[in-house]
Structure formats: structure tokens, C-alpha cells
Design a protein around this ligand. Structure first.
Ligand code: SF4
Ligand code: SF4
Length: 463
């Protein structure tokens, strides 16, 4: 395939006739790469280790969609708590707006799993087996030989093993590590559903990292598509200093002073994983990976010019203005994030793991039996948001009686239960207003300790 020159008008990865133009990003070294490698190593470690960590017997992070149960470092969120989750979801959405407005696509370049695994795992393996850009291109163009088959087979075998480990770990977050382990040692026939799901994910991850690659960022990722509205002239970007670099030109002996610092070596283009030329200005395809910063710094060092021709900057800086860190939009975002997160945290910390409500069935509010006892019927509805079972016995204050259909009342873990309950009082002792309040206490059947109490209004005949 002929050489594709990046332009702003069309995507570099779309070749003639709409065909995919395969990229061969070159190997490079530099300070930013070292920093990103450290961050990537920590993130990969956390990603693989986290599903094995348990807090109070509960997986540290679990997003069990099938069971509708989410766990975050000891805090368990049940479906009944989903309104609380809304505060965290809204806070996170605005946090993304805040981070992007301030630091641009820092997520894409440093922490996105697509970048972290592609650039720091899969690409590294590919370079290790097939060599740098020119060797990889040559190998792909060469006819099939034993050497080509050996290299490709080894590469894809390693890719399959890593993709499979990656997919299994993702599954641990959504199903639970214990269950994934159990299913792993069972024959597939026992878990056809999950087995198919797993095989599909293994395949998808493999295809993504082996073939789809930068296309995910360019055409599939919704976050990437929103960049043009999320960034402003004060947001941090990876940018080329046009004033310093232009007019560009090859380095020659007896060079005149009117030349810019860019020696037009195309190293920044050669290392770019999305195949763009950052010298053409800010582009949607730029994932802020800093590869061109390292590549250009290396060249600047060689030609003894100051580093930073491509650097972390902002459009304001590049246009000679001072970058404003605090802007109204950023302050509003920060306040909203703080508001949503603190409200969510407060509700989460003070939520009751067991709640009981008394609901009156429609119809008669009270009955009088044998002309002596006023009786109020209720449906007691309990919601148990924990993973332990409760066994409760209802009690009421003096002069009242409580009779429950299920006594003791067992409320299984992570479920709701209903129990018909009658609260009774002697007619003669009933208040003249025909209305009294009484506290119904639910005691633990074994320890006799109070678990839950609520105030109930009891109706009777007025005098
Ligand atoms: S232009 Fe630079 S920072 Fe942007 S994706 Fe390409 S190499 Fe990475
Ligand atoms: S790496 Fe630097 S010097 Fe070379 S072409 Fe890119 S911007 Fe110019």
C-alpha cells in the first residue's frame, strides 16, 4: 500500500477506496513514555488484583448486573438504593466534563484501558516479535514463509492468552471472582450461557487489540466524539508550537536564521498511534498519548535545540495568551461534582440496611372483636439490603398487643418480605380521639436486641 500522508481533511487510516490503511507506529523512547509506563503498570496491576480483594467477605468491587447488586469497598448497593447511585453517576458524568475542560484527553492518553493495554502490552509484544515499524511493514508485505508463520502464530497465540485473561478478569467484576472460578473448573455444558458470553468477550477483546486498535478511539468511542464540544482554548492539549516550529525545513549546513525549529523529520508522525500530523493543529484523532512529544524532544536533543516544540499546552498558550485555569464553566462543574458526590456519600453512609414499613390494606381501618378489642390490620413490608438473613419478633408497648402471621419473621438476604400484622388494644382503654400512636419494635429472635422500630398510627372508635 502506498504511503499515506496525514491531512486534516480525511482520516489517515482510511486508504484509497475506503480501505483500512494499516498503521505501523514506530518505537520511541522518552521521559513521558517512562511516566506513562509507570502509570500503566500500576493500573494493570490494580485491574488484575482488585477482583481478588475482599472486604468483610465481599468482593471489593463488584458490579453484579444479573443480581442487581453493586459493591464498592465494603459498601453494598442493592436495587432499592439505586436512587442514591444516581448522585454518583451524575457526579461522575460532570467530573468527566470537568477533567476534559481542564486537562483535555488525559484519560485517553494515560488511563483508558484501550490505550493502556494496546500501547503498553499488545504493541510491546508485537514490536518484540516482529520488530520496529519498517520490519513489521516488510513482514506484512512478504509472502507467507516459515519465519512469517512462526512470528504471526507466536504473536496471536500470546494475544489470545492475554485477551482471555483480560476477558476473564472483566467477567470477575461483573459476575464475581468466586463464580468465575467455579465455572472455570466446570464443564462448559453446565454453564452454556456464561461460556458463550465468555467466548464472545474473549473473541471481541482479541479482535480489538489485534486488529481494530486505533479504530476504536477514532470511530467507536463516544467520549472521543464529544471532544470538540468539551474542549475550549484554555484546556490542556498536546500541541505543536507553530510560532517556534515554522517555517519548517530539513536541517542543512549553513542554515539561515529565518528557519523555524521543526526540521521536518516526520518522527512525530511516525510514532503517532492514530496516524495524524500534530503540526496541522488540534485534531479529533489525537488521544493525547504524548508519543509525539517524546519523539520530537529526541530530535530537538539531537539538533541541540530546546525541547518542547510539541508539548502539553493550550490553544491560548499557543496563541500567546495566558491560559486561564479558573473559568466559570470549570468552577460550576467543580461545584456540581462536589455537590453530587457529597450528597451521594451522605445518603450512602446513613442508609438503613433493613427497612420495614406498615401499610394499611384498603377498606376498613379497624375492627372490633367481641365488643372488647380494637384491631388494626397492616401489611408489614421489609426490605433487607444486606447479604445476611434477619429473624425478627415484633413487640409493642404496654396496653397494646401485636400478632403477626409469621412469628418469628424470617427476612432472607437481599430480598423483600411481607407479613400480615395485627395491632390490638382494649376498646375501653382506647383514646377518646379514636387515634393513637404506638411504637412497634422488631427484636432479633436470638439475641433479643432491637433491630428496627417504627411508629404506627392505630385507629379506633372515637367517644
Ligand atoms: S498527535 Fe501526538 S499525542 Fe496525539 S495521538 Fe498522535 S502521537 Fe499521540
Ligand atoms: S518530530 Fe519535531 S522536528 Fe520532527 S517533524 Fe515533528 S515537530 Fe518537526
Amino acid at each position: 500500500m502506498s504511503k499515506q500522508v496525514p491531512t486534516r481533511e480525511k482520516m489517515t487510516t482510511i486508504g484509497e477506496g475506503g480501505k483500512r490503511f494499516w498503521l505501523y507506529p514506530a518505537r520511541f523512547h522518552g521521559l513521558w513514555l517512562k511516566r506513562r509506563q509507570i502509570v500503566a503498570a500500576v493500573l494493570i496491576l490494580v485491574f488484575f488484583v482488585m477482583p481478588w480483594i475482599k472486604i468483610n467477605g465481599q468482593q471489593a468491587i463488584l458490579l453484579d448486573i444479573a443480581e442487581r447488586k453493586f459493591a464498592f469497598f465494603g459498601l453494598v448497593v442493592w436495587p432499592q438504593d439505586f436512587p442514591i447511585l444516581w448522585f454518583f453517576v451524575a457526579g461522575t458524568a460532570i467530573l468527566i466534563l470537568f477533567l476534559t475542560a481542564q486537562w483535555g484527553r488525559i484519560w485517553c492518553g494515560w488511563a483508558c484501558p484501550q490505550t493502556v493495554f494496546l500501547e503498553h502490552v499488545f504493541r510491546k509484544i508485537e514490536i518484540w516479535i516482529e520488530g520496529d515499524a519498517a520490519q513489521r511493514r516488510k513482514l506484512d508485505r512478504a509472502p507467507l514463509s516459515f519465519d512469517k508463520f512462526r512470528k504471526k502464530a507466536l504473536k496471536y497465540l500470546i494475544f489470545i492468552v492475554i485477551s482471555s485473561h483480560f476477558a476473564n478478569t472483566v467477567l470477575c467484576y461483573f459476575v464475581g471472582t468466586d463464580q468465575v472460578l467455579e465455572m472455570t473448573f466446570q464443564p462448559p455444558a453446565q454453564n452454556w450461557g456464561w461460556f458463550t458470553f465468555m467466548a464472545f468477550f474473549n473473541f471481541m477483546f482479541f479482535v480489538d487489540f489485534a486488529w481494530f486498535r486505533e479504530q476504536f478511539c477514532l470511530i467507536a468511542c463516544p467520549y472521543g466524539r464529544f471532544q470538540s464540544v468539551l474542549l475550549d482554548s484554555d484546556s490542556m492539549i498536546v500541541g505543536y508550537d507553530h510560532n517556534r516550529g515554522e517555517p519548517r525545513g530539513k536541517l542543512r549546513k549553513n542554515q539561515t536564521q529565518d528557519k523555524g525549529d521543526c526540521i521536518d523529520c516526520f518522527r512525530c508522525v511516525a510514532v503517532c498511534p492514530t496516524g495524524i500530523d500534530i503540526r496541522q493543529g488540534l485534531q479529533m484523532e489525537c488521544v493525547n498519548c504524548t508519543a509525539c512529544m517524546d519523539a520530537c524532544d529526541e530530535m530537538m536533543e539531537k539538533v541541540k535545540k530546546p525541547k518542547g516544540l510539541i508539548r502539553y499546552t493550550s490553544i491560548a498558550n499557543l496563541e500567546g495568551r495566558i491560559r486561564r485555569f479558573l473559568r466559570p464553566r470549570v468552577i460550576i462543574y467543580a461545584m456540581l461534582v462536589l455537590g453530587f458526590y457529597s450528597t451521594g456519600t451522605y445518603l450512602m453512609l446513613y442508609k438503613r440496611d433493613l427497612s420495614i414499613q406498615f401499610v394499611r390494606p384498603p377498606g376498613q381501618s379497624f375492627t372490633i372483636s367481641a365488643e372488647t378489642t380494637v384491631s388494626n390490620q397492616f401489611h408489614a413490608k421489609a426490605t433487607n439490603k444486606t447479604d445476611k438473613s434477619y429473624t425478627l419478633i415484633p413487640e409493642v408497648g404496654p396496653e397494646f398487643q401485636v400478632v403477626a402471621a409469621h412469628n418469628p419473621w424470617v427476612i432472607p438476604p437481599a430480598s423483600t418480605a411481607t407479613n400480615p400484622v395485627f395491632v390490638r388494644k382494649n376498646r375501653d382503654a382506647f383514646h377518646a380521639s379514636g387515634k393513637e400512636k404506638v411504637v412497634v419494635s422488631f427484636m432479633d429472635a436470638e439475641t433479643k436486641k432491637l433491630v428496627f422500630d417504627l411508629e404506627v398510627t392505630v385507629m379506633g372508635p372515637s367517644k
